[in-house]
Design a protein around this ligand. Structure first.
Ligand code: ZN
Length: 469
């Protein structure tokens, strides 16, 4: 990177807009899980879209590679630079204004650096709901959520990030700003350009602002934990919940026994509400715009009938918001608690909802055949067909030695996923972690089309090189 380019960028963003010292840059250069760590000459934090546009224009002219970054809560290495030190990080953190909210149009317009929870709060203040909700919501940024097409716990009812966006403003790889900030629910004027940038992980441009869909705020939310014999019973229960409630299921999360045990062991204050250990549990949220007991009645009726028929083994419906929170803790702590059990080889996969049980069974047979004493923690958003199929190391095993099998287990699990018409990345993205897996599994024609899009929008290849494709 030439001294001249560095000086021009610094002059563009001013003294508050860049970091060049090692300790100041450290948190931008690695991911929380520690799988990816890189180097950079500069972290740039533009304070306006105009500054961002000028920085990108300068980089484009110089052929300088850029790594766009949101809250840096990703899990696949999509937002951190490589190890060469040749790239610069462009952080969107200072572009964090809510530009406007239109309650009658049920939309909010926000800048890319807005923290997800701040958007939820702004919507709530206008008596509206922004439904995207995930573990990192207190620190992840909407630009990153859109760039990775984030999912989370309410996708079943409201869709993932892709479904929640109506318009985008994007700084293109040559520095020009595309103003696509339309707030329309109907717009059939040719290609849906905004969707190219959603899920592109910053490889086609930098999302700088978005118009997002809002929804009515639910007046009643009811939470239940139901014990079931296995994933197939869970999926059958889901179908009944949807049909019997007027489709007001907002979350449906599968929790395996071993995952519950990890949480109880490592998370102080967590409680299993059932007197006897249950093989599998599902955490269910129903929500409705109507207050009064209708949604609770529906939930109780469905569970009672399922209990009588043996589909559900036991169930508890939360009697207070406090108890609902307690039940949700079992789910929310599931990833964190696995860290205390040593190394974990992760898979974020999806299959058709109707094949979730078949997938878990087949994958579990296959990985156990390879390593009988590894511990399978299969959990997550089965209402979306999305399983976090995590493999915890055998008790007492060496962590590094276990993690060295990452690629082998990926291949075993992903082969099964793909054979069932599933996806090797359901909600976490590709980044660096799954780039080679993508190349391995994606159809050649799809890869060719993706490369053509990339070459058309970013012919100099400066936007987040080495990620996704
Ligand atoms: Zn998830």
């Amino acid at each position: 990177m030439s001294d001249e380019l560095v000086a021009s960028i610094k002059a563009t963003v001013g003294p508050k807009g860049w970091i060049a010292d090692r300790s100041g840059m450290a948190r931008f250069l690695q991911e929380e899980r520690g799988l990816f760590r890189g180097a950079a000459q500069l972290v740039v934090q533009p304070g306006t879209v105009g500054e961002l546009s000028e920085v990108v224009r300068l980089c484009h002219a110089a052929g300088q590679p850029i790594v766009p970054q949101g809250g840096n809560t990703g899990l696949c290495g999509g937002g951190v630079p490589n190890e060469t030190g040749r790239e610069i990080v462009v952080s969107l953190a200072r572009l964090n204004r809510v530009r406007g909210i239109d309650p009658l149009n049920y939309t909010i317009t926000v800048e890319a650096g807005c923290i997800l929870s701040a958007i939820q709060s702004a919507a709530e203040a206008a008596d509206r709901l922004f439904p995207l909700s995930l573990a990192a919501e207190g620190s992840c940024q909407i630009g990153g959520n859109l760039s990775t097409n984030a999912g989370g716990i309410q996708v079943l009812r409201y869709g993932n990030a892709r479904d929640l966006v109506l318009g985008l403003e994007v700084v293109l790889p040559d520095g020009r700003v595309w103003d696509g900030l339309r707030s329309l629910r109907k717009d059939n004027t040719g290609y849906d350009l905004k969707q190219l940038f959603v899920g592109a992980e910053g490889t086609l441009g930098i999302i700088s602002a978005a118009v997002l869909k809002l929804f009515p705020r639910p007046r009643a939310v009811e939470t239940a934990l139901a014990a079931v014999r296995g994933p197939q019973a869970a999926i059958e229960l889901l179908a009944r919940c949807r049909a019997g409630s007027g489709d007001c299921v907002t979350a449906f999360e599968l929790l395996p026994r071993i995952g519950i045990e990890f949480v109880l062991r490592h998370m102080p204050g967590s409680v299993d509400p059932f007197a006897t250990p249950q093989p599998w549990q599902v955490l269910i949220d129903f929500s409705s715009g109507e207050s009064g007991g209708a949604v609770r009645n529906a939930l109780e009726t469905i569970l009672e009938r399922a209990l009588e028929e043996g589909l559900v083994l036991d169930a508890v419906v939360a009697s207070s918001a406090q108890q609902a929170k307690q039940l949700w803790k079992l789910r929310e702590a599931m990833s964190e608690s696995q860290k205390h059990e040593g190394g974990s080889i992760k898979h974020d996969v999806s299959v058709p909802v109707s094949r979730v049980a078949e997938f878990i069974e087949a994958a579990s047979r296959a990985v156990h055949a390879e390593m009988p004493d590894l511990r399978i923690v299969a959990f997550g958003h089965v209402g979306d067909g999305n399983v976090h199929y995590n493999l915890s190391q055998p008790v007492g095993a060496d962590k590094a030695a276990f993690l060295s099998h990452w690629g082998k287990f990926n291949r075993i699990v992903h082969d099964i996923v793909v054979s069932m018409g599933g996806s090797i990345s359901a909600e976490h993205g590709i980044g660096q972690l799954k780039r080679d897996e993508l190349a391995h599994y994606k159809a050649p024609l799809e890869l060719e089309l993706m490369r053509k899009v990339k070459a058309a929008l970013d012919p100099r290849g400066i936007m987040n090189p080495g990620k996704v494709i």
